[in-house]
Design a binder for this molecule. Sequence first.
Ligand code: GAR
Length: 188
Amino acid sequence: MKKLAIFASGSGSNAENIFNYFKEKPEVEISLILTNNPQAGVIERANRMNIPVIVFNRFTFSKSDKIVDLLKNQGIDWVILAGFLWLIPKNLIEAFPNKIVNIHPALLPKFGGKGMWGHHVHEAVVAQKENETGITIHFVNEKYDDGKVIFQAKCTVNEEDTADTVAAKVHQLEYEFFPVTIEKLILG
Ligand code: GAR
């Protein structure tokens, strides 16, 4: 059985969707949810899903080995970033080589990098009158939104779209493709 830890900074709708996808599948367990944000909606979701949740601060995450030690002690195999906004530190990347996966709400390399998250991405897509956007699922390295691409899916953007309607389309792609892409990666 493979054990997953999910990092999220916000609402956590992707975390819950991943949990629901795997809950009847004994090969994969969502063992832990971690967040940097004590106000994050994902905490309430984790409690509802009965998954232990860890809240950490910047020092613990970036300047200590506490999170790496915790993940290793829990026997975590894969780390999933589902709306997690902090840069992943070197010690965590080295502890989980090619085992940390992020979802980004655009077609990287477009609309990626520091500050490009959530609504900021969709606002930029609309402002630049893009005809399409989508999702990118990729391995994580020490730079924002830079690791090897695993999967992309597209949706159209038209003149009537706002950042909100684009966000809704992108979320649909995330719900449809993130769990199955994780499953393929983990189980082959
Ligand atoms: C998702 O759209 C995800 O792609 C994005 O945050 C949202 C989280 O939604 N991630 C980033 O922007 C990372 N750069 P959720 O909390 O409802 O899952």
